[in-house]
Write a protein that binds this ligand. Structure first.
Ligand code: SAH
Length: 231
C-alpha cells in the first residue's frame, strides 16, 4: 500500500479550498508542500453536514454531532506538518471524528490506524473515507488512550482531542525516532506538544496554545455519566 492518491476534485468549492490554503495555511507559515497539496485536494465539505458545507473552508472548527468538532483547517495543517511525514510511515490517529484529518494523513503516510470512541462517528467517517477511496486508513471503535497495541510501534501518533496528561501507551507505542503530537492541559486551554522518542528517552517541544474537545478514556478525562451510554 502507498499513500492515497486523491486527485484534486472538481467541485463548487475548489476556489474556497485554494483560498483556505493560501490565506489560512501558507500565510500563517505552513510550509510542507505535501500537507498543502493534501489540503488542496481533499474536499473538506463532504466531512460535515450538508447544511454546513458552505462553511467547511472557514477559519474555525465546525460541529460534527455528538458534541464533537472537525478541527480548524490551520490546526489540521499544523499537526500534520509537525509529524514530519514522508509517505513511508505507519501513523496512529486518536479521535477519527469526521475522518477529515485521517484523509489528510492518508495522503501523507503509508498507512493510518485511527481509533474513535463513538459508534456513530466511526461509521460516518468510514463511509466518507470510502467515498474518497482512502483504502490505507483503518478505523477501529475503542479507547484511543490505550493506543493500538496490536499494530504498534508507530512512526507517528496524533491525538485530536485534549488530555490532562500524556497517555503513557501513546509514548510506549512510538517507534525509535517516532513523534507524538497531542494537546495537553485543562478543559479550557492546552498546549500542543510534540514528543519524540530518542535513543535515551523522549524529548518534548511546545508548539503553541490550542483548544480541543476532551480525550475521554482510561488515560484521559472520565466520561460524564450521561455520556457512558454512548460507548
Ligand atoms: N480530527 C477529527 C477531529 C476529531 S474531534 C476530524 O478531523 O474531524 C475529537 C474526536 O476524538 C471526537 O470524535 C471524539 O469522540 C474522539 N475521542 C475522544 N476521546 C477518545 C478516545 N479515548 N479514543 C478515541 N477517540 C476519542
Amino acid at each position: 500500500m502507498k499513500p492515497a492518491a486523491i486527485r484534486i476534485t472538481r467541485d463548487i468549492y475548489e476556489r474556497a479550498r485554494a483560498k483556505m490554503v493560501e490565506e489560512q495555511l501558507v500565510a500563517r507559515g505552513i510550509k510542507d508542500k505535501r500537507v498543502l497539496n493534501a489540503m488542496l485536494a481533499i474536499p473538506r465539505h463532504i466531512f460535515v453536514d450538508d447544511a454546513l458545507s458552505s462553511q467547511a473552508y472557514s477559519d474555525f472548527p465546525l460541529p460534527i454531532g455528538e458534541k464533537q468538532t472537525i478541527s480548524q483547517p490551520y490546526m489540521v495543517a499544523l499537526m500534520s506538518e509537525a509529524l514530519g511525514l514522508t509517505g513511508k510511515e505507519r501513523v496512529l490517529e486518536v479521535g477519527s471524528g469526521s475522518g477529515y484529518q485521517s484523509a489528510v494523513l492518508s495522503m501523507l503516510a503509508y498507512k493510518v490506524y485511527s481509533v474513535e470512541r463513538l459508534t456513530t462517528l466511526t461509521a460516518r467517517a468510514r463511509r466518507t473515507l470510502d467515498r474518497l477511496h482512502c483504502s490505507n486508513v483503518v478505523i477501529k471503535l475503542g479507547d484511543g488512550t490505550m493506543g493500538w497495541a496490536d499494530e504498534a510501534p508507530f512512526d507517528a501518533v496524533i491525538a485530536a482531542a485534549a488530555s490532562p496528561q500524556v497517555p503513557e501507551a501513546l509514548v510506549d507505542q512510538l517507534a525509535p525516532g517516532g513523534r507524538l503530537v497531542i494537546p495537553v492541559g485543562t478543559e479550557e486551554s492546552q498546549k500542543l506538544l510534540r514528543i519524540t522518542r530518542r535513543a535515551n528517552g523522549v524529548s518534548t517541544e511546545v508548539l503553541g496554545g490550542c483548544r480541543f474537545v476532551k480525550l475521554i478514556g482510561k488515560d484521559g478525562w472520565q466520561a460524564e455519566k450521561k455520556d457512558a451510554s454512548e460507548r
